[in-house]
Design a protein around this ligand. Structure first.
Ligand code: GDP
Length: 438
């Protein structure tokens, strides 16, 4: 029987999804990346060499695996070209026989990137975007003038499509920097280039997913960024422009919710990170934060920005478990906290005179004002890499996992960046209990 599993970030992104996707990929026949664009990045290791993919699903590493870039994605043709080129150099097959793009995905135009950069450069409220043009692309989509990959079929329509974009975007660009707006003819040329890049890959991906389900294939739906950055359910307005939650897999893959079997959330264990603007109740500063940032390599995969670091927030995690209906949690990077004597875990917030336990009882501005209530867990000094079974974990780690499991079942614990540094408690694709590797 086919298993359909959605994997999402349960925090603010950068939870280490890339590694878990890689592990689950071994059991999947198809991977579907369903939302976002090149504002997200997965770190993967190919032949011992680290590389970052922003658009192409990391499942591309597995020979023969089909990879789909879904309906709700925002695709930058230059990034796609560069990424497929870099993968080809590493002898990875990126041919249209195994890589498919939905005709409903939107194209990130250069003017969207220009506008993103001008906005972030202007004074005022900063969301802290990656300046990859993703926000403006989704704005054009909502305004019904966005250009979709499927629009590239007929160049006779390019003039009309470009005019729609121009009318929407030119006034703001002109206001931010006079004469920066390119001519319509340049945008038409850009579409012709995008046509050459994307068209070979265009497919009816919704139909492909349905067919795959019926023929018993296992499917992994890969979310980008994290739950707390979701356009609707994140810490609005400090959010991304797309759906990052498990439910987004339905819209972004062109299927219904009854199709999905499991939703697994990835979260760092014991600490968490955030980049960009917005509230971060458990954020810490100083030497300990610096130590965790360094040990955990907490610098943005897309921008290289240092990530803010804080303790694990179970108020936020419980919320993530709810809005994603998580059936499991994959916990990563616990090894980073080795040697830290006490690990505080946030279990509630104090806000004015109240104790708050539901993340969504407060908005982003209230969250700036809360004081976290911590439960303290003793740390560990043991090398977790030597541990093969859950039962062999240090007692202090077991106590921490037990507390997290009040929220959702822990299905995997990652104790290092390598595949073999993983303890699998339960594999959502195939029942494997307490085995060190798949
Ligand atoms: P993603 O976007 O969620 O995949 O997150 P990142 O691209 O930021 O990846 C996280 C980084 O942490 C990568 O360099 C991984 O190799 C690394 N990583 C993943 N799991 C672990 C772990 O359990 N321990 C350590 N130390 N590093 C890990």
């Amino acid at each position: 029987m086919s298993k359909k599993v959605v994997l999402i970030g349960a925090q603010w992104g950068d939870e280490g999804k890339g590694k878990v996707v890689d592990l689950y990929t071994e059991f999947a026949d198809i991977v579907v990346r369903y939302s976002g664009g090149s504002n997200a990045g997965h770190t993967l290791v190919v032949n011992g060499e680290k590389m970052i993919t922003h658009l192409v699903p990391s499942g591309i590493r597995k020979p023969g695996m089909k990879c789909i870039m879904g309906d709700d994605m925002a695709l930058d043709p230059d990034v796609f070209k560069e990424e497929t080129g870099a993968l080809r150099v590493r002898n990875i097959d990126v041919s249209p026989k195994r890589l498919f793009i939905s005709s409903e995905a939107h194209i990130v135009l250069s003017v969207c990137k220009l506008l993103d950069g001008l906005r972030e450069g202007a004074s005022g409220n900063r969301i802290g975007t990656t300046k990859r043009g993703i926000g403006p692309t989704y704005e054009l989509r909502a305004a019904r003038v966005g250009i979709r990959v499927g629009d590239l079929h007929d160049p006779r329509n390019f003039d009309g499509l470009v005019r729609g974009v121009y009318e929407k975007i030119a006034p703001e660009i002109d206001r931010l920097r006079r004469d920066a707006m390119p001519k319509c003819s340049e945008l038409v040329e850009e579409l012709s280039r995008a046509r050459e890049i994307f068209l070979p890959y265009v497919a009816n991906t919704s139909k492909m997913v349905e067919r795959a389900c019926k023929s018993g294939d296992n499917i992994l739906f890969e979310g980008a960024q994290g739950t707390l950055l979701d356009l609707t359910h994140g810490t609005y307005p400090f959010v991304t422009s797309s759906s990052t939650i498990a439910g987004g897999a339905c819209s972004g893959a062109g299927i219904g919710p009854t199709m999905i079997d499991e939703a697994v959330g990835v979260a760092k264990c014991g600490y968490m990170t955030r980049v960009g603007g917005g509230p971060f109740p458990t954020k810490i500063k100083g030497e300990l934060a610096e130590q965790i940032r360094k040990t955990g390599g907490e610098f943005g995969a897309t921008t290289g920005r240092p990530r803010d670091v804080g303790w694990m927030d179970l108020v936020a995690l419980e919320y993530a478990a709810r809005v994603n209906s998580l059936t499991g949690l994959a916990l990563t990077k616990l090894d980073v906290l080795r040697g830290i004597p006490v690990i505080p875990v946030c279990v509630a917030y104090k806000y004015k005179n109240w104790v708050v336990k539901d993340f969504d009882d407060l908005d982003a501005h209230d969250l700036e004002l809360v004081v976290p209530v911590y439960e303290e867990f003793l740390g560990f000094t043991e090398d977790l890499n030597r541990v093969c079974r859950r039962s062999d974990l240090p007692d202090n780690v077991k106590r921490l996992l037990g507390r997290v499991e009040e929220i959702a079942e822990v299905v995997l614990l990652s104790t290092g960046p390598k595949a073999e540094e993983t303890i699998v408690f339960r594999n959502p694709f195939a029942e494997v209990s307490d085995a060190r590797t798949f």
